[in-house]
Design a protein around this ligand. Structure first.
Ligand code: IPD
Ligand code: CA
Ligand code: CA
Length: 265
């Protein structure tokens, strides 16, 4: 498919993000927010569930042949040629404590006849930050802020670790790579635990140079992958294999990518 052919899918992804924003903003900082604990011991709110449900209904209506992979309600139509990947709220712990760094992540994945898969559309909507990032394959990456015109974004040009700003979430989940990770941070110019989608969108904007997390699901990464790539960067697992399918996430401006993979290997 050509870039122009994803225009309708991007328009739908924006409509899905609008639906999500209306629900999440209404429930953000609500006194009666209902929080429960999932079997994996992580929290989920009524807003996470209502958002994914509303997005799922809209996709079923507008793209009845497409599959869905959602964090809260799982997969549907697993043999579909294309599927939408939904994280209704990325940063639920921020959302439930009143920290504004949370977002709805919407990605569209296309399967090829050779069995490979790639993300072709991504929208990251962070309404409490008044920001939305988006990209389609071959058309660049953009950010819109409040009601201003969308701005094309691109990654930084920094090419040494000593000059690099590195974003991460925290020190959990690094296991045997923890000491290499700490050394990487020690060697960098600047480090900050911005966390979640935010670290990766700052890479796409060129505000930081690397974002890294050791343990993530497809829904945490699908939308981020295409936005970082379309901004001129690279997205892979921490093992260096391209794409959001590796169970970990490494975004960079491209220039630093192989150095980071080598340090963590
Ligand atoms: C979480 C975020 C976070 C990562 C966690 C995820 P959620 O997503 O992506 O960066 O460290 O593993 O669960 O639960 O807030 O959607
Ligand atoms: Ca997430
Ligand atoms: Ca989530």
């Amino acid at each position: 498919m050509s870039a122009a052919e994803y225009k309708d899918d991007l328009a739908l992804a924006h409509r899905l993000a609008d639906i999500a924003d209306a629900i999440t903003l209404d429930r953000y900082q609500a006194q009666d927010l209902v929080i429960s604990t999932k079997p994996d011991n992580t929290p989920v709110t009524d807003a996470d569930r209502a958002t994914e449900q509303a997005i799922t209904v809209a996709i079923a209506k507008e793209r009845p042949l497409d599959g869905i992979v959602g964090e809260e309600f799982g997969n549907s139509k697993e043999d579909a040629q294309r599927y939408w990947v939904i994280d209704p709220i990325d940063g639920t712990k921020n959302f439930m404590r009143g920290v504004p760094t949370w977002a709805t992540l919407i990605g569209l994945v296309e399967k090829s006849s050779d069995g490979s898969e790639r993300v072709v559309v991504g929208v990251v909507s962070a309404p409490a930050l008044s920001r939305r990032w988006y990209a389609t394959l071959g058309s660049g990456a953009f950010v819109s802020f409040a009601n201003s015109q969308p701005k094309k974004i691109s990654v930084s040009q920094v090419n040494s670790i000593a000059d690099a700003s590195i974003a991460y979430s925290d020190f959990v989940g690094w296991n045997s790579k923890l000491s290499s990770f700490r050394k990487l941070l020690d060697d960098a110019w600047r480090t900050r635990g911005y966390g979640d989608f935010w670290s990766h969108m700052l890479v796409a904007e060129g505000a930081v140079d690397v974002a890294i997390e050791p343990s993530l699901a497809l829904w945490d990464m699908a939308a981020l992958d295409i936005i970082v790539r379309e901004a001129g960067g690279k997205f892979s697992g921490t093992n260096g294999i391209d794409g959001p399918f590796q169970g970990s996430g490494l975004s960079s401006n491209g220039k630093l990518h192989s150095k980071i993979v080598e340090i963590l290997s």
